[in-house]
Write a protein that binds this ligand. Structure first.
Ligand code: ATP
Ligand code: MG
Length: 170
C-alpha cells in the first residue's frame, strides 16, 4: 500500500496496544516528527506506564503538536486513539492549524496483538484491555471520515503493514 501524506498532515496512528504503532512510526517517520503518549507520560511523571499522568501528558503532547503545526511541520501522534473523544481532539487541533487530519489504522488480527503483548515486560494491563481496544478500533473504522479525517489508511494484514510505503505530497 502506498500511503500518500500531504506535507502538512497531523497523522493519528490508530491501533490497539501491540498493533505496532511505535514500530511503524520509528520505521517511517523521523523521530522528531513522532509524539508518543508514552514518552510524554515519561516526561511529565518519570514513568511511561503511569496512567494517572495521561491527562497532563496529552496536554503537553497537544501543546507541542500545535507548535509544530504552526511551524508547518508534519506531526505524528503515537497513541491508541481507540476512543472517539481522543480522535476528535486531534482533528480539532489539525483544523485549528490548517493541517490535514490523517488516520493510519494498524489493525492486525487480535491474536497478533495479544501474542506481542504476552512477550512484553513494559505492558502491565490485562489481555482483556487489548481485546477491547482491538474491537473498538474495528468499530471505529466506518466513522473516521465523518469524524473529520481527510484521509484514512487501514492496514489489516501484518504483511501489508510491513510492506507499506509512505510518500509525501504537496
Ligand atoms: P502500545 O500501544 O502498547 O505502545 P504499539 O502499537 O506501539 O503498542 P509496538 O510497541 O510497536 O506496538 O509493538 C509491540 C511489539 O510488537 C514489539 O515488541 C514489536 O517489536 C513487535 N512488532 C511491532 N510491529 C511489528 C512488525 N511489523 N513485525 C514484527 N513485530 C512487530
Ligand atoms: Mg507504542
Amino acid at each position: 500500500m502506498k500511503i500518500e501524506l500531504p506535507d502538512l498532515s497531523l497523522v493519528c496512528l490508530v491501533g490497539a496496544s501491540g498493533s505496532g504503532k511505535s514500530t511503524f512510526a520509528a520505521k517511517y517517520f523521523r523521530s522528531t516528527e513522532v509524539l508518543s503518549s508514552d514518552a510524554f507520560r515519561g516526561w511529565v511523571a518519570d514513568d511511561e506506564a503511569d496512567q494517572s499522568a495521561t491527562e497532563d501528558a496529552f496536554e503537553a503532547l497537544f501543546h507541542l503538536a500545535g507548535v509544530r503545526l504552526k511551524r508547518g511541520r508534519l506531526t505524528v501522534i503515537d497513541a491508541t486513539h481507540t476512543r472517539r473523544e481522543d480522535r476528535a481532539k486531534a482533528v480539532a487541533l489539525a483544523r485549528a492549524h490548517h493541517a490535514i487530519p490523517v488516520a493510519i489504522v494498524l489493525a492486525p488480527p487480535a491474536d497478533v496483538c495479544l501474542e506481542r503483548h504476552a512477550g512484553r515486560e513494559d505492558r502491565r494491563f490485562s489481555t482483556r484491555v487489548v481485546r477491547n481496544q482491538h474491537r473498538d478500533v474495528l468499530r471505529s473504522l466506518k466513522h473516521l471520515r465523518r469524524e473529520g479525517f481527510r484521509h484514512t489508511w487501514v492496514l489489516k494484514e501484518p504483511e501489508t503493514i510491513d510492506a507499506a510505503t509512505i510518500a509525501r505530497v504537496p
